[in-house]
Design a protein around this ligand. Structure first.
Ligand SMILES: Cc1cc2nc3c(=O)[nH]c(=O)nc-3n(C[C@H](O)[C@H](O)[C@H](O)COP(=O)(O)OP(=O)(O)OC[C@H]3O[C@@H](n4cnc5c(N)ncnc54)[C@H](O)[C@@H]3O)c2cc1C
Ligand SMILES: O=C(O)[C@@H]1CCCC=N1
Length: 398
């Protein structure tokens, strides 16, 4: 009996991969696909059985836009749109639906002014709406006093779950290997990195860590901790008083209300689509949580803010959420991503801290992280995303 219950040592696979990617969310899946396309023998490890709803990439929809204040995000989005279109062709599925994005914000505020200037500088097709013509273009929305409004006409919706499945399928069709339901429990850095899961041991010449909310749990094995905050997002859907009022079919756009009140985070919404008669409207922040204890976080302060916003600005919605789902953001202090090599181990690449706005960048992030993993010079300037910027925060736990 003792012999039967004794644990067998985990077997080391004889295969040496060019690259092992940990985490099959949108960033890891896109990275793995880019590597496989570049003839790299690639293993993608995922702790949960796919598909799952325990990280940050699940759910049916995400916003895609070029509407950013910073030039570097706009430049990356130019290429990301092209790569999404390429993915649609390769997978033979529709992943993007153009709806436009309405941005409302304090007309003379710093953020809104910077956004307007960036849109103009990059010649992004934008309609600037005057207060008096607003309701004619956007019925059933109340523009707050003092707010300006613009529309990014090429923005829209990405079909997130469908996109994730498509990228993983493409990765496998290029010879990539996915092992899901395998949690990584140890990482040994070296010229060949050794990665141990709860059921096997694997070796790779390089390693990409794209573990979303679990980034720091894994980085601990490499002696690094980043200043990341994991928050639970209450994903709220609101019932239309008259079904279809805010629907994709009625050409209702996605929207962002910048800084609805001083000190508050943005509120954003997507036209009703995935659940007929329900519109998704969310607060762009949540309360801190441990990633494995997400459902124990029951704070509803964000929902109170949303109820006030819906009552004031979206009169065609019942101001009580009809459905609340859960998701997580992994937030950096400056809300910019981490895209970098490990400061000590050059063959360990980190993609983390996507701060609630990373999905739309998936294909370009996949390309950049794969370039780092292959030892190539990245095709965009990655200086805004370096670990070094956290010098006073990032801790070595070696
Ligand atoms: C409610 C919500 C709305 C959003 N809206 C938008 C939007 O409109 N537009 C936009 O661009 N972005 C949006 N985002 C952000 C975007 O979805 C995220 O930035 C993106 O999904 C992050 O992907 P990821 O691959 O880094 O993380 P994840 O999707 O969390 O993937 C990480 C994966 O790593 C796995 N993993 C972790 N640890 C281990 C381990 N030890 N072993 C094996 N596997 C492991 C996890 O299980 C997980 O599957 C939104 C996010 C949320 C939550
Ligand atoms: O990234 C996005 O576009 C969305 C909407 C604004 C806030 C966060 N996610």
């Amino acid at each position: 009996l003792a012999a039967q219950t004794m644990k067998q040592p985990l077997e080391m696979s004889s295969e040496v991969y060019d690259c092992i990617v940990i985490g099959a969310g949108i960033q890891g899946s896109c990275t793995a696909y880019q590597l496989a396309k570049n003839k790299q023998k690639t293993l993608l490890l995922e702790q949960f059985v796919l598909p799952h709803s325990r990280g940050s990439s699940h759910g049916q929809t995400r916003v895609i836009r070029k509407t950013y204040e910073e030039d570097f995000y706009v430049q990356m989005m130019h290429e990301s749109y092209e790569l999404w279109a390429q993915l649609e062709r390769e997978a033979g599925v529709e992943l993007y639906r153009r709806t436009g994005l309405l941005v409302m914000g304090p007309e003379n505020g710093e953020g809104f002014s910077r956004l307007k200037a960036t849109m103009q500088r990059h010649k992004i097709p934008t309609v600037f709406l005057e207060k008096q013509e607003f309701s004619q273009h956007i019925p059933n929305v109340n523009l707050a006093d003092g707010n300006g409004a613009l529309i990014d006409t090429f923005a829209g919706v990405l079909y997130a779950d469908r996109a994730l499945r498509a990228v993983q399928r493409l990765f496998q069709s290029c010879g990539g290997v996915i092992k899901d339901g395998e949690k990584v429990i140890d990482i040994r850095p070296g010229a060949e990195v050794t990665v141990t899961t709860d059921s096997g041991v694997y070796r790779g010449r390089s390693l990409v860590i794209t573990a979303g909310p679990w980034a720091n749990t894994l980085l601990r094995h490499t002696g690094l901790q980043l200043p990341l905050k994991v928050v639970k997002i209450n994903v709220c859907y609101w019932k239309e008083e008259i079904p279809g009022t805010y629907s994709v079919g009625q050409s209702f756009p996605c929207f962002i209300e910048m800084e609805p009140k001083e000190g508050e985070y943005d509120i954003y919404g997507l036209p009703s689509n995935e659940y007929p008669g329900l519109m998704k409207v969310c607060y762009h922040m949540g309360s801190e949580t441990e990633p494995d204890e997400r459902d124990k976080q029951t704070d509803r302060g964000d929902i109170d803010i949303l109820v006030r916003f819906v009552t004031r600005c979206l009169p065609g919605l019942v101001p009580v959420p009809a459905v609340v789902e859960s998701c997580m953001y992994t937030v950096t202090p400056d809300h910019n991503f981490v895209l970098d090599s490990h400061p000590t181990y050059g063959n360990i690449i980190i993609g983390a801290g996507f701060s609630g706005h990373g999905f739309k960048f998936g294909p370009i992030i996949g390309k950049l992280l794969s370039q780092l993993a292959m030892g190539q010079v990245p095709s965009h300037d990655l200086s805004p995303f370096r670990i070094q910027r956290f010098q006073s925060h990032a801790r070595s736990s070696l």
